[in-house]
Write a protein of this length. Structure first.
Lengths: 252, 252
DNA sequence: ATCATAGTCGTCTTCCTGACGATAAACACT
DNA sequence: AGTGTTTATCGTCAGGAAGACGACTATGAT
């Protein structure tokens, strides 16, 4: 049977990105301001159309680089290339999610260390890191006094799913190190967990756990006092990607 | 800016289904024989085009019903409607995954109790339950002596991802009960875990674990001897969906 | 010198698991 | 009826991991 284009309806396929980082003890996501209708002027997740010859992960990596300059760092990559962790999150295809046309969006989740100010096509005022609570809250006012508007399209749902993925995934994997620079201390890693989960962890038990898990952390020999207090050992992420037993998220 | 169809390439969007069940102590997946080119005559996962007015989960539920007669039972559903668990798995969009055109497939994972013989458009010879090891193995001969051919398209990868999702998800959720009939015994549930993980579990420790986890199992009061031996209590799945602490998969 | 801050090492109790003994209640034989 | 087989269920014990928390160390700030 020959190829019959009338046998299926045409779709537009996009990738949307949930780019998370930890800034000032808060889990933040990258948001860009929409320049076009619909939702003109509203904040949205970065994203764009998948090109005709591109794989989905390639499209996501390209968008990530365009928005942040980060090189993607997929699970199968050779590792320790400076860049962000990138993985597919979920796909959203409600027929009414975009009023213009039928769009299916393959959302991806990126985890990045704290970065310099974002750029969106070179225009800084149209991109920002915002705490996820602020982006997800309904109404009210943000910390800068600006009224909070919900994210465009179904991006609040996508962001919520991405945050939940990140929260659960750092439990049983070493992914929390993706939020840290190449070299980091146990305390810095602990603050990542605290920011992502929104809880306080016992520094002593956390230290015992992460240093006692083989392959999680590799000491580099150096120390730093950049957090103040007693000098802390510096570590690099070890080869282990699965944590067993997992880091336990405290009950709420 | 008006809607400009030339701004993006058109895609076909399909759903493919990884339907898993446990039959005769083995984890099995539903496979259908392709009637058309490409891969004519080869086994593939069931699936089809998403319709113009359909959400992705609706399309997956429709395909599932067409292939198996099962009603889908999404995580948010009112529960205890007889049917299968259905969730989105991942999306596959390699530009070359279908030689005819650009197809993005949103794979879904369905978990079903042991069913009567499958039907594929009413034609039984074109659908079957096959052990996942057989569908995933490269070359050789199946248990019926027929030579093993790889699944069509990238369906081997999709199936492998679905199996891995199921294997990991029954660790920390009560999803294993989706493989059981409405009422089941602890031993039957244990055989599900053993089949999915491919390991042997200690019946006494398993019994302690599942009966000791609040909300996992609800006794119905009845007993059965359908497995032989001493009569076993019958249970129904409880309301708890998250297992904490999780069921531990033995190291390999 | 004193204090505040962070990091690191120990201790103790509690909970969970894995290994495994023992008993119970059915069925299939002889 | 008795014996063996199968499956279910209860109990015990040792080892490991985690939560709570005391104590000490090494820096910079005042």
């Amino acid at each position: 049977m020959p190829y019959d284009p009338s046998a299926f309806p045409p779709f537009a396929v996009t990738v949307d990105l949930v780019v998370l980082t930890v800034r000032r003890h808060a889990l933040c996501a990258l948001a860009v301001r929409r320049g076009e209708s619909p939702f003109q002027g509203r904040w949205a997740l970065p994203g764009g159309f998948v090109r005709a010859d591109e794989d989905l992960s390639q499209a996501a990596a390209r968008e990530l680089a365009e928005e942040t300059g980060l090189r993607a760092h997929e699970p199968s990559a050779p590792a320790q290339d400076y860049g962000a962790h990138l993985e597919q999150l979920a796909t959203y295809g409600d027929p009414k999610r975009d009023p213009r046309m039928r769009v299916v969006s393959v959302a991806h989740l990126a985890l990045a260390p704290d970065l310099p100010a974002p750029r969106a096509g070179g225009d800084a005022s149209n991109a920002r890191w915002a705490p996820v609570e602020e982006l997800l809250q309904q109404g009210g006012y943000g910390r800068d006094g600006e009224p909070v508007t919900p994210l465009a399209f179904d991006h609040a749902q996508i962001l919520a799913d991405g945050v939940e993925r990140a929260r659960s995934k750092i439990e049983y994997s070493s992914l929390a190190t993706a939020f840290c620079p190449t070299e980091f201390t146990v305390g810095e890693l602990r603050r990542v967990y605290e920011a992502v989960w929104g809880v306080a962890l016992d520094p002593r038990n956390f230290h015992r756990k992460v240093t006692g898990t083989p392959g999680f952390l590799v000491p580099t020999g150096g120390t730093t006092t950049r957090q103040g207090g007693r000098p802390a050992q510096l570590f690099r992420a070890g080869g282990a990607t699965l944590l067993n037993p997992p880091m336990l998220r405290p009950e709420v």
